[in-house]
Write a protein that binds this ligand. Structure first.
Ligand SMILES: Nc1ncnc2c1ncn2[C@@H]1O[C@H](COP(=O)(O)OP(=O)(O)OP(=O)(O)O)[C@@H](O)[C@H]1O
Ligand SMILES: [Mg+2]
Length: 254
């Protein structure tokens, strides 16, 4: 069974960057799941879904639902059809990682249908991977949606603010109430921390793994839309991600 990692935290704290940074150090193959409707992880990994003829889960699902309005007796259920589409149309494949993105919903209403689909399908997909890595949208609402309910390592990215500590308490309460299982609850400091403010995270009672160092390359690559997979191995952010994974007990590859 795949080792399941979920990265979460407040808006703009560096979640997607962290996911893109750790990919190269994880035992392959990894299945990356982008739950952020804003699709930024694909950009950070240099993945162009359209160019590869791939679709987001929302695109595929709502297309199927629309087409089914005129088909009164389909031979298989929407769920069965979508599950097969998820393996084919929505799974972007590379040698070291595959990627599925939830995508943007352009009509009114909740994301219950794509959420349910992912909740049921991820455990089946996971059997083919060493790791499943989830990049979450900002905030806590995705935790209520409980798309991944058995987490090995929950990495909570934190920024230096009082709000960040309150955010931690909210995360813990939600996953307790929702019944999400996890083995480890890890704190990771964002690049905005300095030594003085880092003390903040060292005294929360949670396991603090360290911070991601500020890295001008990361800023530049993200600004220019260049893949973070091309970052030099010795770039400060890459080395921080490697150090953090090693501290969490991961066997580092590459
Ligand atoms: N180590 C770093 N050094 C410099 N800039 C960084 C670093 N990590 C992240 N950033 C910058 O911070 C910004 C936010 O990063 P990122 O998109 O990874 O955050 P996020 O938490 O995923 O955001 P969102 O909540 O919108 O999904 C980006 O512009 C990115 O370039
Ligand atoms: Mg993000």
């Amino acid at each position: 069974m795949a080792h399941t990692i979920v990265c979460t935290g407040r808006g703009g704290v560096g979640k997607s960057t962290f996911v893109a940074l750790i990919v190269r150090y994880l035992k392959p193959p990894s299945l990356l799941i982008d739950l952020d409707p804003d699709l930024s992880l694909a950009d950070m990994l240099g993945v162009d879904f359209r160019e590869q003829g791939k679709r987001t889960v929302c695109e595929a699902l709502y297309d199927v639902i629309e087409k089914r309005k005129s088909n009164v007796s389909p031979s298989i259920t929407t769920h069965e059809l979508m599950e097969s589409l998820l393996w084919s149309d929505c799974l972007y494949e590379r040698p070291s990682f595959d990627l599925i993105t939830l995508g943007t919903k352009f009509t009114e209403g909740c994301l219950c249908a794509p959420d349910n689909l992912l909740r049921k399908t991820i455990p089946k997909l996971a059997k083919n991977y060493a790791n499943v890595v989830v990049d979450s949208p900002a905030g806590v609402e995705h935790l209520n949606r409980n798309i991944v309910s058995n987490i090995n390592d929950l990495f909570v990215l934190c920024d230096p603010s009082e709000k960040s500590l309150k955010h931690l308490a909210r995360i813990k309460e939600i996953i307790k109430q929702v019944g999400t299982g996890y083995n480890h609850f890890y704190l990771v400091g964002s690049y905005e921390f300095d030594e003085e403010t880092e003390a903040y995270l060292q005294n929360t009672g949670e396991i603090y793994l360290g911070k991601i160092d500020y890295d001008a390359h990361v800023e530049e690559y993200n600004f220019e839309g260049k893949t973070l997979l091309a970052l030099p191995q010795d770039s400060p952010a890459s080395l921080s991600a490697k150090r953090i994974l090693a501290k969490a007990g991961y066997q580092i590859v590459s």
